[in-house]
Design a protein around this ligand. Sequence first.
Ligand code: SAM
Length: 254
Amino acid sequence: MSQDSLQHSRLPDLPDIWHETLGWQPDAGHLLEFQSLYDRIVDANTQFNLTRIVEAEEFWEKHLWDSLRGVSCVLRGEVFPEGDAEKYRAIDIGTGAGFPGFPLAIARPDIEVMLLDSTRKKVNFLQQLAEELGMENIKTMTARAEKVGRQSCDRESYDLALARAVGPASVCLEYALPLLKIGGMAILYRGHWTEEETEKLSTTAAQLGGVISTVEAFTTPLTRGVRNCLYLSKIKPTPAQFPRAVGLPKQKPL
Ligand code: SAM
């Protein structure tokens, strides 16, 4: 299919699936913003490579639904409830084309969402799109997560850190845990996942001041793809040596 014919595709309208699988229902405003996000990503993909997923149904399931499934406890207000006096801050590490942070920002406009990526082109696109959609709760930053985790303005300053498809789980944790306040939550989006991996990652989490609280396994609603989301709490300050220098977490995972 050509990019032109994709530009005008409508995202599927699947109200029952939202409700049954997320316990949350987007309103008409959310749906319009999801459609704008899709349209603009498809447009931008003709200029530079943002994502290989551009077909409407696949985009709905693998980008939109998948992003929101991981934060469904936030959408339902079980954590970081709406109406709290506190203004919650989230960071999406290695956001790429904006996932999972952009859909979260649409669904929860009361949460400030920082979209972080090391690729300037992607971040510029997201910043422009956020402005076009009037989304004042979206902030963007072009930087390496290792550097951001050492900046005093960002270290231990977020309530929620998200990482999807950014690298091995222990690498994502070394990026995420230094950025969280004590009591904050990290959500790692994974595909297949085993108990042995949970056991191994628990040791890394402890080194970084965190603990794995839940692992949720589920399947995607249209193609039954296997997914796991790991939910971690920050319980202690992260030791000053973490995150290590740029590139080291990936070269020598903890
Ligand atoms: N999270 C998105 C998703 O799930 O569709 C994008 C995933 S993409 C495969 C990984 C992204 O992480 C890329 O855009 C890359 O530039 C970014 N990235 C990788 N390592 C990073 C780091 N250390 N700091 C910031 N961004 C990073």
